[in-house]
Design a protein around this ligand. Sequence first.
Ligand code: PHE
Length: 337
Amino acid sequence: MIDDITAAKDAALAEVERADSLDAIVALEPRLLGKKGSLGSLKAQLGSLSSVDDKKVAGQALNEATQAVESALSARRDSLGDAALAALVAHERLDLTESAGRPTRGHAHLVTQAWERLEDVFIGLGFQVAEGPEVETDWHNFEALNMGEGHPARGEFDTLFVDYAPPGGTAGRTVLRTHTSPVQIRTMLTAEPPIYIVAPGRVFRRDTPDATHMPVFHQIEGLVVDRHITLADLAGTIEAFTKAFFGPGFTSRLRPSYFPFTEPSAEFDIQRPDGSWLELGGCGMVHPNVLRAGGIDPDEWSGFAFGFGIDRMAVMRHQVADLRDMYADDLRFAEQF
Ligand code: PHE
């Protein structure tokens, strides 16, 4: 009988060893340790042994065999459980170090950088930032700026018309704003003087893209309306801006020019430290008709305005050879700045 017990124990231990899942262990347990299992049926045979000594020896051997199987089952259950948990953890693991080292960080586009620096400089000079819509009425874009219907200056703007009527506008007399100057009108109509604002934004003209022109580009407008504002205030503001934005080695000048919405009007240029001059934008004293269109009494208030291209500033600052590169969405270009 001892041999039978040893054989049954060895068979049971081998089965435990072969079990390869927690489910298999659960199914195995009653079979190996239950009354109908091989050890269980040997136990039932104990009673048929005649010698008390034989019974004692066989009983002890059976107990030992049962304990060996029990502890083998529990050891196997533990190790399969650990493996199952490890597999679950591995499966649900999130690898947060995949990009190996620091994730690469993006940065603002060249034009956005220039736009934000311009805002910073003008805020430093005491200006507030204003904005207006990109789809404008003919009235805000032209009429209120002293360019009535048929005014020859309208021809210079290569206007894009839209077949849509915004609030207060008329279909066919609605435009993609050709400059940021309509923000002058919108600001005067909503704010009381004194007014000190800059208005950066997107503008549109029907141009074929080339190295120096894009049909969509950016301008920044400036408007000051206060008491006793003179051309000297305009020149001083342009000069303060030039030094703050470009550096102390730069200076500025005004050259007589013409815009329907300013009188007198000027172009302003900046001089680089190497002595060369660069044309930057237009400016002038706000025309009385424009103040009136904005609901402001020109006998009580006066002001100046200026406007220039943001894209050109970015191009100059970084020596970009072709304006189109700035809008080609090529990361190899954008990443250089
Ligand atoms: N709006 C003018 C342009 O786009 C620039 C300008 C702004 C001129 C304000 C004078 C005053 O060319």
